[in-house]
Design a protein around this ligand. Structure first.
Ligand code: ADP
Length: 360
């Protein structure tokens, strides 16, 4: 078929004849869709079309392959995390519900004086549930969830980051209410002017701030969540746009116990006593949520390793006859799985929280 792409592969938007219906998108871009790759692009664009069969204004000048990437890789139709899946962080959950979930659910009430901020920063050590909170917000607010790691914009999408950002915000505005989760946002909005900060990354940052500005002033139902474990790197402009800033700390002993119990119970493997749990909690001081998950994973291998050590063959192993996961399995696992955050890193978060946090 005749290609609608220009020499450099960029999309040439179809010409609109004034007034009259130009026919549906399938017909218009169908001509170039002669292999299955292009077929999927077409399907994806079709889904974004309005009732008139036209691509929304914001998406018209963007390359279809970028729109497709956003729709297939960045957009998550079913984030599938609920508040109940997240251990601890009660205060953060409560604040987030009031600050961002309700406004997304009831834009009619949350306007004027009650107009919410459109930017939320979640900061704290890695593996503490920031991404989970983002997904839960989207779920609670019945919003479409978009996840992008800012470092991929600068590494994987070299030179194209700006265009991808435009596609991201463009697709999000067609899928409102929407939650855009930008992981490692510090790498995008960092204040460090490293010698010869690349022109490209400066442009990327500008583009990003422009997009945020756009939906901040308008009536769009889009929430931007930035996550970082280096909040100190954010500059004043970034802080100004991320009006709510919540510290997501390491899990408490109670939350750690909950994670252990929850994960083992899911598999029907929970047989630990209160005393076992107390010991495990004591020994896991300083472990993050994701460290805890790794610990449980390793400990749950204990009974299996034991059986195999006794000469059992994996293919003949009787699942029912395996012993339960016990305290010693956790003690063994503790040798393998070490905490990923060091205590002196925590002080920096607490200081930043005192200075810039919303709940300090
Ligand atoms: P980050 O703070 O780096 O975004 P994630 O939300 O991606 O961390 O958490 C990584 C994994 O660690 C989760 O998928 C989950 O299994 C576990 N985890 C972390 N924090 C919690 C928590 N508060 N409750 C339950 N699981 C958690």
């Amino acid at each position: 078929g005749v290609s609608r792409r220009g020499v450099r592969g960029n999309f040439i938007p179809p010409i609109r004849s004034n007034g009259s219906n130009t026919g549906n998108l399938t017909a218009r871009i169908g001509a170039k869709c002669d292999d299955s790759a292009e077929d999927s692009t077409r399907k994806c664009l079709e889904l974004l079309c309005g009732p008139d069969g036209e691509l929304p204004e914001k998406l018209r000048n963007l390359e279809p392959r970028l729109i497709e990437h956003v729709s297939n890789e960045i957009m998550d139709r079913d984030p599938n995390v609920r508040w109940d899946d997240i251990a601890g962080l009660e205060h953060a959950k409560k604040c987030v519900t009031e600050m961002v979930v309700w406004p997304l659910l009831r834009p009619d009430i949350f306007k004027g004086c009650r107009a919410p901020g459109r930017g939320l920063l979640l900061f704290g050590p890695p593996g503490t549930g920031k991404t989970m909170i983002g997904k839960a917000i989207a779920g609670e607010a019945k919003a479409t969830f978009f996840y992008i790691s800012a470092s991929s914009l600068t590494s994987k999408w070299i030179g194209e980051g700006e265009k991808l950002v435009r596609a991201l915000f463009g697709v999000a505005s067609c899928r409102q209410p929407a939650v855009i989760f930008v992981d490692e946002i510090d790498s995008l909005l960092s204040q460090r002017k490293s010698e010869g900060e690349h022109e490209a990354s400066r442009r990327l940052k500008t583009q990003f701030l422009i997009e945020m500005e756009g939906f901040d002033s308008g009536s769009e139902q889009i929430l931007l969540i930035g996550a970082t474990n280096r909040p100190q790197e954010l500059d004043e402009a970034a802080r100004r746009r991320l009006t709510k800033r919540l510290y997501i700390p390491l899990p408490s002993a109670e939350a750690r116990a909950w994670i252990v119990r929850n994960l083992l119970e899911k598999d029907g493997l929970f047989r630990l006593s209160k005393e076992d749990m107390d010991i495990i909690c004591k020994l896991t001081e300083g472990y993050s949520g994701s460290d805890m998950k790794n610990l449980v994973k390793d400990a749950s291998m204990g009974p299996l390793r034991d059986a195999l050590r006794q000469g059992m063959e994996i293919t003949k192993l009787d699942k029912e006859a395996m012993r339960p996961v016990n305290r010693q399995d956790f003690k063994d696992a503790l040798q393998e799985v070490r905490p990923s955050v060091s205590p002196n890193e925590l002080g920096a978060f607490e200081n930043w929280n005192k200075q810039f946090g919303s709940l300090a």
